[in-house]
Ligand binder design. Sequence first.
Ligand SMILES: [Zn+2]
Length: 222
Amino acid sequence: MTARSKKNAPGPRPRAPISPGRCAIYEQFRDIGRDCFLSGLVSSHAGNMSVRVGDRLVITRRGSMMGNLRPRDLIETGLERDDSDIALASSEIEVHRAVYQRTAAQAIVHTHPPHGVTLSLEMDEIIPIDLEGSYLLHRVPVVAAQKNVGSGELAELISAALVDCKVCLLRGHGLFAAGRLLEEAYQLTSAFEASARIVYLARVAGIRPVEYRRASDRQREW
Ligand SMILES: [Zn+2]
């Protein structure tokens, strides 16, 4: 090969973290991630999200910025087995895997909602007192793990809680929300933090809520 042809030869192709067919998925991650950040549900490099695609899993990259996700920030790997990109994936991938294996969830959003995390420091479950949160969430269990990130114990606790509930709070850390779509998981996350804020404000103001809802199996008394 001459020096000239060497110069014109194409270099190594950049690795494609997700296949071109996953563009629509990327747009969902980008939009939901931006909304999570702008809503104050995560700090700049916190949080993670994933979707299940058949026997595959697409998850945000370790250390990515949720509010500014690029296509390279999405890692595709096996639902049950690791692929070569696994080292790049979020440190909480084992929690996501356990939830997909144990529930019908198709999408997971993990955030650090400040009012919810504050309440988790004292409460063992959070029961919304506003109508939307009461209808959507019923009750939100708080679980506590000895090791907070990347442990088997964490995956077991969170996935067990999400068998019966749509969202679950890890004490002092954050929320895991599971849904059929990223948008649904985000809706639950957003509604949860709105409810947690109302619970927080009522507690700070010394308000004792009066039961105003019709009795229903879908709701729980406070
Ligand atoms: Zn977290």
